[in-house]
Design a protein around this ligand. Structure first.
Ligand code: OAD
Length: 232
């Protein structure tokens, strides 16, 4: 099929690709202590300005969850696909699992939980072991408070990352849209860019999404099973 012949493939992933690694998707109910909060109410600059400790607690809890998680067969299938085609991998996930699976280049549109950015001097640093961090964590250069280096609701995406992603989706022959509800712009617009450019758009998701109406093929099920099967 189209995927076998395609030279240029663009892949967009969302939280669903990490679901079988045990990480909840963004729109799943959160567990434990955090069940009373909606992610949208925590992942924003206003919430951080009011209660940085609460927001840091949430991010560090998620960071530890991600560090415990192991990439699944879906992440690994994308690595294998890289060897067969000119592939651009774009993710909305901040969990770092694509890199840990072995994907060489990952465009992380929403940042990465392993990084923090200084609220004063903007220095970016990698967070070490969670137990060793001050609460809230402080910049090693100037001592000001750090914030998670992720994109919050209402914030712009990193410009270069977005431009590179758009270029890939407007020039690919096949676009794989994996494990995303397609509700958040501009990431969801990438699927439309591909469609406009007459690429074959394949969705992998157990459920219908906001993008299902523009996809050429919808593969209904888990990406950890369907991505390896698609490769075969
Ligand atoms: P969502 O939580 O909105 O959607 C997850 C999608 O994964 C849903 O469509 C599920 O049906 C699907 N899914 C669940 N299990 C799956 C599996 N095993 N295999 C494949 N798909 C599965 O997550 P995203 O679309 O990633 O943004 O959310 C996009 C962005 O919205 C997030 O990055 C975040 C959020 O607001 C920011 O924080 C800026």
């Amino acid at each position: 099929m189209a995927l076998r012949k395609a030279r240029r493939v663009a892949v967009l992933t969302g939280a669903g690709v990490s679901s079988d690694s045990g990480l909840p998707t963004f729109r799943d109910a959160q567990s434990g202590l955090w069940a009373q909060y909606r992610p949208e109410d925590l992942a924003n600059a206003h919430a951080f300005s009011i209660n940085p400790l609460l927001i840091w607690d949430w991010y560090l809890w998620r960071l530890e969850d991600c560090r415990r998680a192991i990439p699944n067969a879906g992440h690994l299938a994308i690595v294998a696909l890289e060897e067969r085609a000119d592939l651009t991998l774009v993710t909305q996930n901040v969990d770092g699992l694509h890199r840990r699976a072995g994907s060489a280049e990952v465009i992380e549109l929403h940042g990465n939980l392993e990084r923090a950015r200084c609220t004063a001097c903007r220095n970016v640093q990698i967070l070490g072991p969670v137990v060793a961090l001050a609460r809230p964590p402080r910049c090693t250069l100037c001592g000001a408070m750090l914030r998670p280096d992720v994109v919050w609701f209402g914030e712009d995406l990193p410009r270069l990352a977005l431009e590179t992603a758009r270029a890939a989706f407007t020039s690919c022959e096949v676009a794989l849209i994996v494990g995303t509800s397609g509700l958040v712009q501009p990431a969801a617009g990438l699927a439309r860019d591909a469609k406009r450019n007459r690429a074959v758009v394949i969705e992998i998701n157990p459920l219908e999404t906001a993008l299902s109406n523009i996809t050429d093929y919808a593969l209904r099920g888990s990406s950890s099973e369907l991505l390896p099967a698609l490769l075969e």
